[in-house]
Design a protein around this ligand. Structure first.
Ligand code: AMP
Ligand code: GLY
Length: 423
């Protein structure tokens, strides 16, 4: 199988590492990739939103599987572009149709979808310029804290948890009237704040059956003790100690199966990953958000725990054989610690030489924002490296990742020292 993977983060590094282990994987291309993905395949400088160029490349290289790592090309309709082209239709796209990607691409769509299918989620209302004044009145009497979400994609920045009514009104004004997030915040979802513990659950579906991958917990805040700004994720662990069998059974019954059945009933083509961002409130799971792709940095702990051949799994998805599939997970605990650039998630500098990469021997080193120069590996993003370790216990896994983190040096090297702290 020839595979084209789109993206350049730690997630794509982990996916390419896992794909490369499969005897079914012939050529693997990563567009654009990073300094680390070169070890598993060939980096190709393609624009992931330029579907015509991707088309030419897929034909030239006889690509069998196209895997869009992130949401952008899926929300822009890459699945439909391939499915409707007679020369591309045989290519398995590991991601949903444009309509299916709306689960992530539009918060208003996903909330309505959950309501239609009785999937537990926070109560909400939807507002735009047309009913702005009504929204102001609604916010004035809403319980605090209150959550405001830009409807569209906003690079993880479109969610505001307001602690006071003034803060909520100000955020509402800047989102809708000043279009703080451009077209993404022309519509805003206002929802109740749920108090609980979060976890990420991943299903791979072919539209009929599904398999469940290991669950994970992401540490989103920049600061230790879960303080400061939200980031893309500063680390992750898997398994999640509070996600016991009973809880996961409830997640399957009340969330995963109604979601997949709902998509099918509404004739929304969906093959690929569904990332359920969940919160456990008084023992019960609620959906905070859906994503139409794997998580980052969750993938960096999920795939190392997956025993199955990943290429075979994607092929089975393409053949709609997942209803009969089971996947096996390693019992070990996995953790990943993200090394980031000082200033992230705000402004940061790039181009800092990284030293000590060769010291990471008995852990997995997944590159994220890195770039190769003639002589060095340089920082090239906010999240720079993910160090994943596996061990019989989470404590041992964490000790391994932290020992390696201390051996890597670059200017402005920042990481959280408390990943997995509560377990
Ligand atoms: P989202 O982009 O929807 O995942 O939101 C980003 C983060 O905001 C989530 O991971 C939660 O930590 C938080 N969040 C979003 N919605 C809620 C909610 N209704 N109640 C509590 N926290 C929330
Ligand atoms: N780590 C959260 C995400 O990938 O959206």
């Amino acid at each position: 199988m020839n595979i084209l993977l789109l993206g350049s983060g730690g997630r794509e590094a982990a996916i390419s590492w896992k794909l490369r282990q499969s005897p079914l994987c012939e050529k693997l291309f990563i567009a654009p990739g990073n300094a680390g993905t070169k070890a598993f395949g060939e980096n190709i400088p393609l624009n992931i939103l330029d579907f015509k160029t991707l088309r030419e490349f897929c034909l030239q290289q006889k690509i069998d599987i196209l895997w869009p790592g992130g949401e952008d090309s899926l929300v822009a309709g890459i699945f439909d572009f391939f499915a409707t082209d007679p020369l591309l239709a045989h290519i398995i796209v590991a991601g949903p149709s444009k309509a299916g990607a709306q689960l992530e691409g539009s918060k208003a769509f996903s909330k309505k979808f959950m309501q239609r299918h009785h999937i537990p989620t926070a109560s909400y209302r939807e507002f735009s310029k047309a009913n702005f004044e009504e929204g102001v009145e609604y916010l004035k009497t809403h319980e605090l804290p209150v959550v405001l979400k830009a409807d569209g994609l906003a690079a993880g920045k479109g969610v505001i948890i307001a602690q006071t009514t003034e803060e909520a009104l100000q955020a509402f004004q800047s989102m809708i009237q000043e279009e703080q997030f451009g077209a993404a915040s022309q519509k805003v979802v206002v929802e109740a704040f749920l108090e609980g513990i979060e976890l990420s659950v991943f299903a791979l579906t072919d539209g009929f059956g599904y398999v469940l991958l290991p669950e994970a917990k992401d540490y989103k805040r920049i600061g230790e003790g879960d303080t400061g700004l939200n980031t893309g994720g500063m680390g992750a662990i898997s398994p999640v100690p509070f996600a016991d069998d009973d809880f996961m059974e409830t997640v399957r019954e009340r969330i995963i199966e109604p979601t997949i059945k709902g998509l099918k009933k509404e004739q929304i083509p969906y093959q690929g990953f569904i990332f359920f961002g969940l919160i456990k409130v008084k023992g019960q799971p609620y959906v905070i958000e859906y994503n139409c792709r794997m998580g980052d940095p969750e993938t960096e702990v999920v795939l190392p725990r997956l025993k199955d051949d990943l290429v075979k799994l994607i092929v089975d998805m393409g053949n709609q054989e997942l209803a009969r599939r089971r996947v096996k997970h390693l019992p070990d605990a996995a953790c990943t610690v993200m090394l980031v650039s000082d200033g992230y998630p705000g402004d940061y500098e790039k181009g800092k030489p990284i030293k000590g990469l060769e010291n990471v021997q008995d852990s997995l080193l997944f590159h994220a924002g890195t770039k190769a120069s003639n002589t060095d590996v340089l920082t090239n993003g906010g999240r720079v490296l993910a160090i994943t370790s596996l061990a019989p216990t989470l404590k041992e896994a964490l000790a391994k990742s932290y020992a390696h983190a201390a051996q890597i040096e670059y200017e402005g090297n920042i990481y959280r020292r408390d990943i997995g702290w509560e377990f």
